[in-house]
Ligand binder design. Structure first.
Ligand code: SIN
Length: 541
């Protein structure tokens, strides 16, 4: 089966949905979600969206804070573009009906929160459920739109490419697995947009949902798109440490409202840093990791008990209720927390319109490397970036939707060349073993603290496991678990390769072998090019 669209959007977080709603004004959109539409990183985002709306705030301050957080690698043109568009993006969401938390004295204005690395209050939020609130509104609008066809539980496997009239290879859609039936179809489009989010599941501990397996990054890489800065994996300092709940985030906004990090003896952890508990995430996560290794403790603690209980319950209803459910009253006792993989600062290299290095292929949101985050993302800049880049990509791709013809791919076409129906299914134990091995050595060897020796050990182990997974992919029937573990292996490989190239310490990349920052040699992006892109044999050329 072949389905045709003007735009094929892969992913249903804030980037994919807001792109789809804008692009649908110019053409037909096919939108894929590999699970349900709300099973996204966006949906779990608690903190908010950074935008300059405060009376005492200036665009220049937000630009400066973003650059400071980025450790010398953020691109000034990207930072300015994203920051300047912030207020307009918030207004658009308000116009769509997103119920942000309002100021008590000015109910027509959003209340502004504070997070680490921000010099001013500028976090627009919906209590501590910002992502979920925005996602709900966008999903409602998407489902009601006549020009958007939603395919939930459809998983993109790989990108299609064919030669354009000038003889250049162009991305023309994707092979897509119907997860329920196991059938693979081709979805072709004039523009293909990766909005697949991040890859936290490459690590043993993460705040991300189970689906965060870096699918877009892996597909883009296999298709020949350049990638950048994947050594910069952001570890959120405060993931709940509890045996019954592994990936629950305790928002940085808790520290923004006065929460203090303490060790098991009750000593403040961040007392020696000029920004204290509101230092940037790379600094705070490293401080916690150092303390845990020093003391041998399993966790540190985040204490907000000095704030009035009613304030805490009202400002953080989700965190309060979730912890209480586990027997922990955060108004009375400190919260046990540990760092966990949270955000991929690098990704597929794109320009300011979301265009990748492959014609016809765009990337927006966490999957993309725009130059905004540099070596460490500033808190709550990611939902903002997703909105701005979706907006810019929707404008940029309109020309393609309106002026170019459909790709030529017509039946009969070469069928999906990977594992197919009729092959034996992979035994679950093989997939689980590969997945567990990768996640554990990535956590231990390529985590908050790295060294050349650890990176080599990780690379050696990965070469073996990745080879086995590639074999599974050829011989077994393709299913969602196999696709995800194949993608995780690619992401792990790219992170290790980027980390091995950066022989210094900067931002989120801390190396015991190279503990100092080296601007002379490394004040630049780490860019990788795939010399052997996967072009499916037999596609129309
Ligand atoms: C948080 O609420 O701490 C997460 C916000 C973010 O990652 O930007």
């Amino acid at each position: 089966m072949i389905l045709k669209f003007d735009y094929l959007v892969i992913g249903s977080g804030i980037a994919g949905l807001s792109f789809a709603l804008k692009a649908a004004k110019a053409g037909q959109v096919g939108l894929l979600a590999k699970r349900s539409l709300t099973d996204t990183n966006t949906n779990l985002a608690q903190g908010g969206i950074a935008a300059v709306l405060g009376q005492d705030d200036l665009l220049q301050f937000h630009v400066e804070d973003t650059l400071a957080s980025g450790g010398g690698l953020s691109h000034l043109d990207t930072v300015k573009t994203v920051v300047e568009a912030g207020p307009k993006m918030i207004q658009e969401l308000l116009d769509l009906g997103v119920p942000f938390t309002a100021q008590v004295d000015h109910p027509d204005q959003p209340e502004l929160g504070r997070e680490g690395g921000h010099s001013h209050r500028r976090i627009v939020h919906a209590k501590d459920m910002t992502g979920q609130t925005v996602q709900k509104t966008l999903v409602e609008k998407t489902l009601a739109h006549p020009n958007i066809k939603v395919f939930d539980h459809y998983l993109a496997l790989d990108l299609l490419q064919e030669k354009d009239p000038r003889g250049q290879m162009r991305v023309t859609g994707a092979w897509v697995l119907n997860v329920a039936t196991g059938e693979v179809c081709a979805m072709i489009a004039k523009a293909t947009i990766l909005a697949t989010g991040g890859s936290g599941k490459v690590y043993l501990y993460t705040t991300n949902p189970d689906g965060a397996s870096g699918d877009g990054l892996a597909m883009g890489w296999r298709a020949g798109a350049d990638v950048a800065n994947l050594e910069f994996v952001q570890f959120h300092p405060t993931c709940l440490f509890h045996p019954q709940l592994h990936n629950f985030l305790i928002s940085e906004a808790v520290r923004g409202e006065g929460g203090r990090l303490i060790n098991a003896e009750g000593e403040p952890l961040m007392k020696d840093h000029p920004q204290g508990d509101l230092a940037c995430r790379d600094v705070v996560a490293l401080a916690i990791d150092t303390e845990m290794k020093r003391s041998g403790a399993d966790c540190v603690f985040l204490d907000i008990t000095h704030r009035p209980a009613e304030f805490v319950k009202d400002r953080f209803p989700k965190i309060y209720a979730t912890c209480l459910n586990l027997g922990l009253d955060i108004t009375q006792e400190p919260i046990p927390v540990v760092p966990a993989a949270h955000y991929q600062c690098g990704g597929i290299l794109v320009d300011l319109n979301g265009q990748t290095t492959r014609p016809g292929l765009y990337a927006i949101g966490e999957v993309a490397a725009t130059g905004l985050h540099g070596a460490n993302r500033l808190a709550s800049n990611s939902l903002l970036e997703a909105l701005v880049m979706a907006d810019r990509a929707a404008t940029a791709t309109q020309t393609e939707a309106l002026t170019i013809g459909y790709p030529k791919l017509t039946e009969p076409y070469s069928p999906w060349p990977g594992g197919r129906l009729g092959h034996a299914p992979a035994e679950a134990v093989l997939i689980t073993q590969s997945w567990d091995e990768i996640r554990r050595f990535m956590w231990n060897y390529v985590g908050i603290v790295r060294s050349d020796q650890r990176l080599t050990m990780a690379a050696n182990r990965l070469a073996l496991v990745k080879g086995e997974i590639d074999d599974f992919f050829r011989i077994f029937e393709v299913d969602a678990d196999l696709v995800e573990v194949r993608n995780i292996a690619v992401v792990a490989d790219l992170i290790i390769r980027c980390a091995s190239e950066r022989r210094e310490s900067r931002g989120l990349h801390f190396s015991l072998t190279w503990p100092n920052r080296d601007d002379a040699r490394f004040k630049r992006d780490t860019v990788l090019t795939n010399a052997e892109p996967l072009l499916f044999p037999g596609l129309a050329a």
